[in-house]
Design a protein around this ligand. Structure first.
Ligand code: AMP
Length: 184
């Protein structure tokens, strides 16, 4: 049973790899970005709040995101077997997530850290064409990642559960590397 967090910059391939891994290992895949995009397209209350923030490349406030993730994990993860994609993105989210894991009796969490250089990230994001993938917004998102999200990796490194993955190259090769490092 694998309890995973997939971590990395925008464009590192988190969503793509999480999709494949969750299918191969039978894990519950929860993507906060997908959840927000769905809410935005439905025009729900959450969607209305999130739209302006997401379109600008900023982060939706911690209290909102934590509530969403807590509910998703509580309702869908009983004895483990999940991959979290796009969360946590702030130290506050990471610390609260540790508490949620504890409350739900989820342990042996591993963080898959996808590493891709900035040039390649920008190339991938430009080819993707999402509404938050315009040139200026890409810069903001990469900046938010460097300043706010990337430092979280130290929080997890201290606990010794980070798996670094060179995530340049083909999707299938990166996927094989991940599965190898999980020693499957
Ligand atoms: P993603 O699909 O993971 O790239 O997320 C797209 C956008 O959704 C981000 O740029 C943020 O605006 C928002 N978002 C997703 N996850 C989070 C999170 N954990 N905290 C705050 N905002 C988030």
């Amino acid at each position: 049973m694998y309890n995973l967090i997939i971590f990395g910059a925008p464009g590192a391939g988190k969503g793509t790899q999480a999709e494949i891994i969750s299918e191969k290992l039978g894990l519950y895949h929860f993507s906060t970005g997908e959840y927000l995009r769905e809410a935005i397209s439905q025009g729900s209350e959450l969607g209305k709040i999130a739209k302006a923030i997401v379109d600008k490349g900023n982060l939706v406030p911690d209290d909102i995101m934590i509530k969403i993730v807590k509910e998703a994990l509580t309702n869908n993860v009983k004895n483990g077997g999940f991959i979290l994609d796009g969360f946590p993105r702030t130290i506050g989210q990471a610390m609260t997530l540790s508490k949620i894991f504890k409350e739900l009796g989820l342990n042996n969490i591993k963080v898959l850290h996808l590493i891709v250089d900035e040039k390649e990230l920008i190339r991938r994001l430009q080819n993707r064409g999402r509404t938050d993938d315009g040139e200026e917004i890409i810069k903001i998102r990469l900046n938010v990642y460097e300043k706010t999200t990337k430092p979280i990796i130290e929080y997890y490194s201290k606990a010794g559960n980070v798996i670094d993955i060179d995530a340049h190259g083909e999707i299938v090769d990166v996927n094989n590397k991940i599965l190898e490092k999980l020693s499957i």
